[in-house]
Design a binder for this molecule. Structure first.
Ligand code: 6PG
Length: 243
């Protein structure tokens, strides 16, 4: 088991600045190498500050016209709903950078859940020429009970090895979600976890220090991801790592 790459910053602002700088570097390299870059955004609150950094300090460094934006998961709400991950990304990042609308691929929550999951898989199949998706960069968050994307403890979706995206019911609001599956997330060239706040300290310690336990702590499965996994944390989230 390779050691985890944990980067600890003083606070959320510092963590977001460092992670945004690293993200810009990954995106630039991908575009230099392949002429394009596919990233998957996370939802929740933590990514907001990083999005702000990408939309301002790093706006002119990132080759946005060559970047394709996807989502790791989405709440099953309309795109203008305050709980929508798409809406959060639109407000904090996508409305502020020259990423073409054709390059922005929200999860289709206007379709019935199972059809939305299948439609998103078709979108990915087209984007990755039918091969298993290999995102250049996936942003992920960490829930206090160990979930990531919308893969929650003891979810049947944790066993999914064929489908690339699935509709799930989760013990959080809103309960209906769409999520990429673990095989897709784990294939990314780079995975950036963004973890901030004392309420994440215990789960982060479990994820990084305890033996991986997929059912109880889905995020721990990403410790065996194929690519580089970086855990971008603030000091509060890292408070229990030495214990
Ligand atoms: C979502 C996210 C989810 C999130 C974690 C952490 O749709 O809510 O994808 O996995 O990343 O719950 O959320 P915070 O950043 O708000 O703590």
């Amino acid at each position: 088991m390779t050691a985890s790459d944990v980067r600890i910053a003083a606070d959320l602002d510092a963590l977001s600045l460092s992670a945004a700088e690293a993200a810009a570097t990954v995106i630039e390299a991908a575009v230099r190498r392949a002429g394009r870059c596919a990233i998957a955004l996370s939802g929740g609150h933590t990514p907001r500050t990083l999005h702000e950094q990408l939309a301002t300090r790093f706006r002119d460094r990132v080759p946005w016209t060559h970047v394709h934006v996807y989502w790791g998961d989405e709440r099953y709400v309309p795109p203008d709903d305050p709980r929508s991950n798409y809406r959060m990304a639109k407000e904090t990042l996508l409305d502020r950078v020259p990423c073409p609308a054709a390059n922005i691929h929200p999860m289709p929550t206007h379709l019935p859940p199972e059809r939305a999951a299948s439609a998103y898989e078709a979108t990915l199949r087209s984007a990755f020429d039918g091969a298993w998706p290999r995102f250049d960069l996936v942003f992920l968050g960490l829930g206090p009970e160990g979930h990531t994307a919308s893969l929650f403890p003891r979810s049947p979706a944790l066993e999914e090895r064929v489908r690339w995206s699935v509709a799930v019911e989760v013990p959080a609001e809103p309960p209906q979600r769409l999520t990429l599956t673990l095989p897709v997330l784990a294939r990314a060239a780079h995975v950036f976890f963004l973890v901030a706040g004392l309420d994440k300290a215990d789960v982060l310690r479990r994820v990084l220090n305890d033996p991986p336990d997929l059912a109880a702590c889905p995020a721990s499965a990403l410790r065996h991801a194929e690519g580089d996994v970086v855990w971008w944390c603030d000091a509060r989230a890292a408070a229990h790592l030495g214990t």
